[in-house]
Design a protein. Structure first.
Ligand code: COA
Length: 249
């Protein structure tokens, strides 16, 4: 089946109620307490261009996800991921998350992208996007971020452990890792290139040494031969000087 996966706009606001209903129902079915979403908040995200929506060809709601920023834009979270149960296991969550990830990178290129999840498919998708599991202490510290967990059945675990542990896994993508990866790749490339050119350079040096040393040996040999000539074999200028001195004294 064909789906359109796009950055949500004002015209998609009509889907806000359906999105909230599906989020709530899937939370009930899973026995978790995914934070209830306010349709007005979902609409705001659509108007701001900070959400991704998937629709079937006939306009049926297929999936959704939105992005939020924390700690003055230092962190971005992709939240509220939902795929209509009738369209699940067809790679739709993957497409939605990919688009939300690209949107987050585009809008907040320096921000760390974070998430909290117990969902295996989400962990899988996140890992494919380059997220790594992190301790909860690496996630935004502000209360507002954790407020979303209040309606979860496991919230007491989180508070009891001082936000250090819970059943959710914290995941993070840090753009710096990408920079470091790129740097390492550049260094590796340079090393490889130098390895290649290094070999050529080495061969060139060996060739130069061979030619120059051969000439040097030749010069040395010629000089040695000159030195070996008999002592009376004075050079021409020496002979002229000697006869000139002789004529005077
Ligand atoms: C979780 C959810 C979004 C996944 O949506 P989906 O469209 O079915 O996921 P995809 O088809 O893109 O699957 C992504 C990967 O997870 C795997 N996967 C999907 N459902 C799975 C399941 N129930 N168990 C194990 N793996 C699963 C897929 O095989 C795929 O892996 P692959 O890339 O190796 O093929 C959907 O089940 C859902 O809306 N659940 C309720 C809300 C929810 O849990 N949201 C997440 C809150 S953090």
């Amino acid at each position: 089946m064909e789906f359109s996966v796009q950055v949500a706009e004002e015209k998609h606001q009509e889907y806000a109620l359906e999105i909230c209903r599906q989020i709530e129902e899937s939370a009930k079915a899973r026995g978790t307490g995914i934070a209830k979403r306010d349709p007005e908040y979902i609409k705001l995200k659509m108007r701001e261009g900070k959400a991704v929506i998937a629709l079937a060809q006939d306009g049926t709601f297929a999936g959704f996800c939105y992005i939020e920023t924390w700690s003055h834009g230092n962190y971005v979270a992709n939240s509220g991921l939902i795929v209509n149960p009738v369209f699940r296991q067809a790679g739709l969550a993957k497409r939605i998350k990919e688009q939300a990830f690209n949107l987050s990178r585009q809008l907040f290129p320096a921000a760390k992208i974070v998430g909290l999840t117990t969902s295996l498919p989400v962990m899988k998708i996140n890992s494919d996007l380059g997220y790594q599991p992190v301790t909860l202490s690496e996630l935004p510290a502000e209360d507002q971020f954790w407020k979303g967990c209040q309606s979860c059945v496991n919230y007491d675990i989180l508070t009891r452990t001082n936000r250090k542990h819970c059943l959710c896994t914290g995941m993070m993508y840090d753009p710096k890792w990408e920079d470091e990866k790129k740097k390492t790749e550049v260094v590796q490339e340079a090393k490889q290139e130098f390895g290649l050119h290094g070999k050529l350079y080495e061969r060139w040096l060996r060739f130069k040494a061979f030619v120059l040393l051969r000439d040097y040996e030749k010069i040395k040999e010629e000089e040695a031969q000159k030195r070996q000539k008999p002592s009376n074999g004075a050079s021409k200028p020496e002979k002229i000087l000697a006869s000139w001195l002789h004529s005077w004294f």
